[in-house]
Write a protein that binds this ligand. Structure first.
Ligand code: ZN
Length: 202
């Protein structure tokens, strides 16, 4: 029997500038019970932090999947898991405010395509295939960016990014302090852990 790679209760949402946020996630080739448990834990962490979406690399896992539940704005309680998402056919663009659980309490305007086509798979292996627009399309673009190592300030116009410079510096300072205190391991240790995940699922 394969050993469990992580105790799901130890998963935490990581904050900018944790290196895993910059590491492109790898295609998921298999789903097992442990991964299902991890996804369940991701939903719990997302709700506890009042979020709408969360990508696997935001909990320090290097696999291409993210979760969404828009209940906070639509009143419809629907848990969605997107595995190996591929965005295509972007149409139009629209500015809107975004936040991110890896940048707590920071909100800023980001330009995104108004409409996109998304193809992905659910945990059960069913295909998701269709056009999305509005806020849902924005969330999908934000989360898919995470899997490519892109965070939302990267998508901001230079003036808007300048306005949040102090906030980013505060996150960087906090990260350095956590590293010094040993709360966050060194990059080599993190990489070693991520490779074990890739070997199992990618
Ligand atoms: Zn985010």
């Amino acid at each position: 029997m394969a050993t469990r790679l992580v105790d799901p209760t130890t998963l935490r949402i990581i904050h900018y500038p944790h290196p895993t946020l910059r590491r492109p996630a790898k295609t998921v080739k298999r789903v097992d019970e442990d991964l299902v448990t991890v996804v369940r834990r991701m939903f719990d962490l997302m709700y506890a932090a009042d979020g709408l979406g969360l990508a696997a690399n935001q909990v320090n896992l290097p696999v291409r999947l993210f979760i969404v539940n828009l209940k906070a704005i639509t009143k419809e309680d629907k848990e969605m898991v997107f595995i190996n998402p591929v965005i295509s056919r972007p149409k139009g663009h629209e500015e809107g405010s975004e936040g991110c659980l890896s940048f707590p309490d920071l909100y800023a305007p980001v330009n995104r395509a108004k409409q996109i086509h998304i193809q992905a798979f659910t945990l059960d292996g069913n295909e998701i295939n269709g056009e999305m627009d509005g806020f849902f399309a924005r969330v999908i673009q934000h989360e898919t960016d995470h899997l490519d190592g892109i965070v939302f300030p990267d998508r901001m116009l230079p003036e808007a990014r300048l306005a949040i410079r102090d906030d980013l510096e505060a996150f960087e300072c906090e990260f350095r302090n956590d590293r010094r205190a040993g709360v966050i391991p060194d990059t080599q240790t993190i990489e070693h852990e991520l490779l074990r995940w890739e070997n199992r699922y990618c």
